[in-house]
Structures are given as structure tokens and as C-alpha cells.
Design a protein around this ligand. Sequence first.
Ligand SMILES: [Zn+2]
Ligand SMILES: [Zn+2]
Length: 150
Amino acid sequence: MTRQTHANQCPLEELSLNAIVELLRRNGMRITRNRIRIIDTLLRAEKPLSLDEIQTRTGAADYATVFRVMTVLENLQVAQKVNLNRSCSYYELVNPKQHYDHIICTECGRVTLMIDSCPAEKVERKIEKRYGFSDIRHSLEFFGKCRECS
Ligand SMILES: [Zn+2]
Ligand SMILES: [Zn+2]
């Protein structure tokens, strides 16, 4: 029996501009300047970004382009949507070497990435066994008050 980790579900070996561009090429996508800019913006992001934030940070790309690119990246399982308890969705790239969940401050909205071991991996194994699913993924969000706000 092979033990699956989060890492196995990501089609990339490592999270880099080259690796993502290569994946897009392999899937027959054109590499446009907007796409490069958007991927670069996501790679530099210190937290998940909304479509608006991605558009603002990339400058040139219009909203529809950003949306299309994010949908492509999501379908390729290179990016994922997180909700962060707000009305719009936020996107982050999926790092094959490091899975993380999120802690959101309910006062100031600060997003902290939990980089230590994931509390849900065991649960995923159980879900696979009990419900016969494979490639289980998750996005966990914890809420509370950050140090500055409490
Ligand atoms: Zn706070
Ligand atoms: Zn997790």
C-alpha cells in the first residue's frame, strides 16, 4: 500500500516559474506575458490573493484574463482556491514540497500560513479507506485573534 501525501497530487516537482511554464506548455497552453506575470505574482505572494489583488499586482492583465489563467492553473492542480471566510475566493499556488493550511484573524484579516505538520493528513487516509476515494485534498481554515489583536 502506498502512502499518499499532499505532494503526490501536485503535477509539479517543485514550485517555480519554469516548472509551471513547462507544465502549461505540456498541456498545450500558450505562454503569454500576462500568464508569466500572473504566475510570477502568485509565486511572490506572501498570502492567498483575490482575483482583484492579482490583477492590481500584475498591472496589465484585465480581470477576465486573470480569471481564465487562475481557472487553468486550478484545473491543472497547480493552484487552489481558499475562502478565508470572505465573500470572494482567494488563490494560492500549491507547493508540492510544502502543504499548508491557514489561520485567519477575525479582527484584522491577517492570514497566517501553518507550515508545520498538517492536522488533516490522518483524516484523509481514513476518508480514502472508508469512502473509497483517492486523491483527497483539503484546505483548512482556522479562525481566531492574532497576537496584535488580542
Ligand atoms: Zn489581527
Ligand atoms: Zn492541511
